[in-house]
Design a protein around this ligand. Sequence first.
Ligand SMILES: [Zn+2]
Length: 49
Amino acid sequence: MTYACFECGSEVEYDYLIKHKLKCTKCKEKRSNIWVKKRPPVTKTVIAR
Ligand SMILES: [Zn+2]
């Protein structure tokens, strides 16, 4: 599953998020709700509100 940072648009894998504790290493955002599921039109959910 690929996720995209809502702030800077960088795309990362879920494993990457876990590894970095949901922190975006590109824009330094540490909130968990900046990540948006990148893939398919099935479900577009934001992680943890
Ligand atoms: Zn970012």
